[in-house]
Design a protein around this ligand. Structure first.
Ligand code: NDP
Length: 337
């Protein structure tokens, strides 16, 4: 059973006198910095490092001290939150890592770069993960309502011997231990995240794509299919109910015909082939670093325009499917973009 940490496990005094630097004031950075300050960390001990643009303007308008020189900010940091996009972290962090104190605590909100060893740390430093399972706006709004949010916490390198105390104090300060922060690891977080993205959801997309084509061939209209399958928001409601009441129990909201069809149908399906496929994705694509290397090789091209950008090519190909074309027709007819 995973350990769950609550406010009572964390001592904010551990952070007393420490200078806390945020690299980035985006989705997570803006939310976590504000929560931390509202938890009593003095404003003068918080520095936002950001390039000179709208994010910096936003941070200044919220009363934060903003520095544009990342290296200078690294020099004074006792704690550094890496809250810039995952794909730019190695370039930005490794350029300033020599400026960091030997005893600095480095905090990531995602396991990816630490698990794949893309960031350069010194053995004397603490490396921790405090990873909210929520978008930044919810991290902020739940904190403002006095509520917590689900979060993973781990110490990956305990250079100072005080890594866990610092990680828990930071988790409490951003509001993550209010309803319980789950002890995890960068391996677990990365495995689950990338597996969902590369194993689970591609299969769900494929199932919808094929189901659409089969029903279209059977004479169903695009209009009916698009509404029936997702535009009614029924799938969203099902997952909402699954979170509230239970993954299986939510079925009780459906008709008896539906409950019987779903439960009996799922039990009859043989999962052997998909289990083998999932294991292949998890071990031979995610955990062995194959995907990470593949992604690193194409990531610079993601800045390009048009077909030179591999993501644009994937969108184009996906939209060529019957589902993609059908939805396009329906949305155009309804005047939706
Ligand atoms: P954002 O995309 O919101 O980050 C934007 C911030 O990063 C801005 O301050 C931006 O400033 C800065 N930034 C972008 N590019 C660069 C660059 N090349 N050099 C310096 N700064 C840069 O990131 P998120 O908040 O979404 O993600 C941050 C971390 O949190 C990631 O590790 C992510 O995996 C994790 N996370 C995200 C969640 C989410 O819901 N988004 C949920 C849980 C974890 P500017 O452009 O001005 O330079």
């Amino acid at each position: 059973m995973a350990k769950i940490y609550y406010d009572s496990d964390a001592d904010l005094n551990v952070l007393k006198g420490k200078t806390i630097v945020f690299f980035g004031f985006g989705n997570q950075g803006a939310a976590q910095a504000q929560n931390l300050r509202d938890s009593g960390i003095p404003n003068e001990k918080i520095i936002i490092a950001n390039r000179e643009d709208n994010y910096a303007v936003d941070a200044k308008s919220k009363g934060f001290t903003v520095w544009h020189d990342f290296a200078k900010a690294a020099e004074v940091a006792d704690v550094i939150f890496l809250l810039i996009p995952d794909q730019v972290q190695p370039r930005v962090f490794n350029a300033i890592t020599s400026k960091l104190k030997d005893t600095a605590a480095i905090v990531v909100a995602s396991g990816y770069n630490v698990f794949f060893k893309l960031l350069n740390f010194r053995p004397t430093q603490d490396v921790t993960m405090v990873a909210p399972r929520m978008i930044g706006s919810s991290v902020r709004s739940l904190y403002e309502k006095g509520k917590g949010f689900p979060c993973f916490v781990s110490v990956e390198q305990d250079g100072t011997g005080n890594g866990l105390a610092v990680a828990l104090a930071l988790s409490r300060a951003i509001g993550a231990t209010k309803t319980g922060a789950i002890a995890s690891s960068v391996r677990e977080e990365t495995a689950m995240d990338l597996f969902a993205e590369q194993g689970l959801w591609p299969n769900i997309i494929m199932l919808f794509r094929e189901a659409y084509s089969v029903l279209k061939e059977a004479g169903c209209s695009d209009e009916a299919l698009v509404y029936e399958m997702w535009m009614s928001k029924e799938p969203a409601e099902i997952f909402e109910a699954a979170a509230e009441e239970g993954f299986i129990k939510q079925l009780k909201h459906h008709s008896s015909v539906s409950q019987y069809g779903q439960l009996n149908g799922a039990l009859k399906l043989d999962g052997t082939a998909i289990r083998a496929h999932f294991k292949e994705i998890l071990y031979n694509q995610v955990l062995n670093g194959k995907f990470q290397k593949e992604f690193t090789a194409i990531e610079d091209a993601l800045e390009l325009q048009g077909d030179a950008n591999p993501l644009n090519q994937l969108y184009k190909k996906s939209e060529e499917s019957e589902l993609g074309q059908g939805e396009k027709r329906v949305r155009a007819r309804l005047g939706l973009s």
